[in-house]
Design a protein. Structure first.
Length: 514
């Protein structure tokens, strides 16, 4: 627990700073956009209906979908900008709506008196309407603040740095300490910013300039304090290397091992974990990311979509050529292990156990009920599942359970599932004593782990040399053990990566007497 907490506190300035930068900048931009829109809409009812309808439609778009869409809209940009734009769009509605309500709620007698005094429309707006509507407008800003801080935790899949990194990593590795820590820190940040804006709202209602000054000063101090780390990181961009990774244990370990190697060669690693393959590739393709880990089977199945496959070496060559030709992404080499899909069962101590996927039909017949099969959340929508059913389960009744991959190993070990589609490099396969079934019909292509770099990063002096010791040295048993350290023994991914590098260094040393 102490080791985990120390790791969390070490990364807190970066993640909190990234969260503050996203939230505050998005709120400022949303206010700059929403206030003029709200003022214009308050004078034109039809315009108000149109603006509020559009803003309302944006609010109905799921957050992750909007973030992914922003990556495409911005031409493959990852990190801050797609998350910033999504947060601005989400924050517009409450500010615009409250601006319209606040201005329309001003007592008509006061506006008539202002006109009687000879005020122009502009003078009436700034001296009468906006000051009187300020408490209601600030109420909208409060709602937008809580919304922005909460939604910023979802910036992780598009490469944004936020407190959501703790949550995604914790959920992927069943590290409940990290998950709770991220949730608590995000909640505290939302409460602090909300209460400071509330003080401004109270000051506006009371017409209290001293209270407004205090609230604004504290808000500025908190904002500046939170932005110190992002400012320092921006100033030190020279040798930064952006490492991207997907949201599961193996990727967290490998990306941190890559970070250690790069740091030892005077690079400054910038980890962007928890991303989807599509967005990772877009980032690498457009030189927004520098390096990461992919799997040949994912490229083969999801992007190339060929009919069948040949040998492992030919598939790797085909994947390498495809990535360089279509994306400009350079394959630096294979790590040395394969993280493939394989059916797995918990062997029974007495009775018959299948040895091959071809025996699944007999297994179902012995059970006398539908075969319960579990897989990750994406598997049952892939071509491989359709091929598996056609080859091994024709006419066999099955019940599928799509679940987070962190849960399916416990489910099959506990008898809640009969078979799972496991990952061969997962440390829980040997830990739970699961038996991997053979694949005689070769339903699945090879899934070699490969180290890839963006076009620009592949040309950077010293980068390939720094990562070279990882290529070809990480075998399946070593990767299983490293994953087991995190998933079973609850070491941090950073500690597991350091131990993995120590093992690789010992293996490379020559035997005594040579």
């Amino acid at each position: 627990m102490n080791e985990q907490l120390a790791d969390l506190l070490e990364t807190l300035p970066a993640y909190l700073g990234g969260h503050m930068l996203l939230s505050v900048s998005a709120l400022v931009a949303a206010l700059a956009v929403s206030l003029p829109l709200g003022i214009a809409a308050s004078r034109r009812p039809k315009l108000a209906e149109a603006i509020l309808a559009v803003a309302g439609v944006i609010q109905t778009v799921p957050s992750l979908a909007l973030l992914g869409l922003m990556v495409l809209v911005l031409g493959g940009l990852i990190g801050f900008w797609p998350a910033f734009l999504a947060l601005v769009l989400y924050s517009v509605l409450p500010i615009v709506a409250n601006t319209v309500i606040g201005i329309r709620g001003v007592d008509p007698a006061l506006t008539e008196a202002a006109r009687g005094l000879g005020m122009s429309d502009s003078q009436m707006l700034w001296r009468v309407e906006l000051p009187l509507a300020a408490p209601v407008i600030l109420g909208g800003v409060r709602s937008a603040t809580v919304l922005a801080v909460g939604t910023a935790t979802l910036a992780t899949p598009v490469g944004g740095q936020s407190l959501g990194n703790y949550i995604f990593e914790g959920l992927s590795t069943l590290n409940h300490t990290a998950t709770v820590f991220g949730c608590v820190m995000a909640a505290l940040l939302a409460v602090v910013l909300d209460q400071l804006v509330r003080l401004l709202e109270v000051a506006a209602r009371r017409r209290s300039r001293p209270l407004a000054t205090v609230a604004a000063s504290v808000l500025a101090l908190v904002t500046v304090g939170g932005l110190v780390q992002p400012a320092l990181a921006w100033a030190d961009r020279g040798e930064r290397v952006v490492i991207v990774g997907a949201p599961f244990t193996e990727q967290y370990v490998l990306t941190r091992a890559m970070a250690c190697r790069l740091e030892a060669h005077s690079f400054r690693p910038d980890l962007r974990d928890g991303m989807s393959y599509g967005i990772m590739l877009e980032g690498l393709r457009h030189n927004q990311a520098d390096c990461g880990v992919l799997y040949t089977g994912d490229v083969w199945t999801l992007l190339m979509k060929p009919r069948g496959f040949t040998t492992q070496q030919r598939d790797y060559g085909a994947v390498k050529d495809f990535l360089e030709r279509e994306y400009g992404v350079v394959c630096l080499g294979k790590f040395g292990f394969e993280d493939a899909y394989r059916r797995a069962i918990k062997p029974k101590k007495d009775g018959w156990n299948p040895a091959s996927s071809a025996d699944l039909k007999q297994l179902q017949a012995n059970l006398g009920r539908p075969l319960r099969i579990g897989g990750d959340t994406m598997f049952f929508g892939r071509d491989e599942w359709r091929d598996l059913k056609a080859r091994y389960l024709p006419g066999v009744p099955v019940e599928t359970a799509a679940m987070d991959q962190t849960l399916m190993y416990d489910a099959v070990a506990g008898g809640q599932l009969d078979v799972i589609v496991a990952y061969t490099s997962d440390g829980r396969v040997p830990y739970y004593g699961l038996q991997l079934l053979d694949d005689p019909h070769k339903v699945f292509p090879p899934y070699d782990a490969i180290l890839v770099a963006s076009p620009a990063a592949a040309r950077r002096p010293g980068l390939q040399e720094a990562l070279q010791p990882l290529i070809g040295w990480v075998d399946l048993e070593t990767m299983q053990r490293a994953n087991q350290w995190v998933d079973v023994e609850k070491r941090s991914p950073r500690k597991a990566a350091a131990d993995l590098l120590k093992q690789l260094e010992l293996r490379r040393q020559p035997a005594p007497g040579k």
